[in-house]
Design a protein around this ligand. Structure first.
Ligand code: SAH
Ligand code: MG
Length: 209
């Protein structure tokens, strides 16, 4: 990954350790050269753009784009009083979170506006009307049981044959974190995806061609 972009990704706000970010970048590069090359990448869970830079850099290298989907109102665990709340991300005029301005700034500063396309909305709503086969899908949206399983059901069918599915915050040991991302990872294995990589809590899988 380009040095300047790598530094920008590491400095960006968000929830992705550098080794997992690089692994995500490498998985996207491989997807962009693999059996399902040619389609777009899509991530669920943009937040402030950190994973978007790792994926966006790979999309640029692959000559494709990253659709970065988020309603930008935060997940349950980002709300006031919860573990991952950052109070400066609240829009004081409405008292709700708004990560879109920070996201846009992150992408602009990295010079990736041509490649990283913000899709602002509820995942299930966008998914209802989505039709393009995906070269890569990264699931890192709502981590509760309902949203995680719904994202899996909504979006996984759009992964092209031979395409890549990455899932974040997969914790086989319940002591390390919540279950739903791990549960959808198990569903993917059950549905015939094969695991091609594991770094920290990141899992990379491939749909059979
Ligand atoms: N990938 C990001 C972190 C994502 S945090 C990074 O690298 O830092 C999870 C994000 O999912 C939050 O920004 C939240 O707003 C979004 N989200 C949660 N549920 C959602 C839903 N149902 N539709 C769209 N976005 C959702
Ligand atoms: Mg995550």
């Amino acid at each position: 990954m380009d040095d300047e972009l790598l530094r920008a990704a590491e400095a960006a706000r968000g929830f992705m350790p550098p080794d997992e970010g690089l692994a995500l970048h490498d998985a996207a590069l491989a997807a962009g050269r693999g059996a399902a090359a040619g389609g777009p990448f899509l991530e669920i869970g943009a937040y402030c753009g950190k994973s978007g830079l790792y994926l966006g850099a790979a999309a640029a290298a692959a000559g494709t784009v990253l659709f970065s989907l988020d309603h930008h109102r935060g997940s349950e665990e980002n709300q006031a009083g919860w573990e991952h709340h950052e109070s400066d991300l609240v829009d004081p005029a409405i008292g709700r979170m708004d990560t879109l301005p920070v996201f846009r700034r992150t992408v602009f500063d990295a010079g990736l506006e041509d490649v990283v396309v913000a899709v602002v909305g509820e995942s299930a709503t966008v998914g209802r009307f989505w039709t393009s086969p995906l070269t890569l899908l990264f699931i890192d949206g709502g981590h509760g049981s309902e949203p995680a399983h719904r994202d899996y059901e909504t979006w996984t069918p759009h992964v092209a044959p031979g395409g890549t599915l990455a899932i974040h915050d997969v914790f086989p040991d319940p002591a390390d974190g919540g279950r739903p991302p791990y549960e959808i990872y198990l569903r993917a294995l059950d549905d015939g995806f094969t695991e091609t990589g594991a770094t920290g809590s990141l899992r990379v899988l491939q749909r059979p061609a």
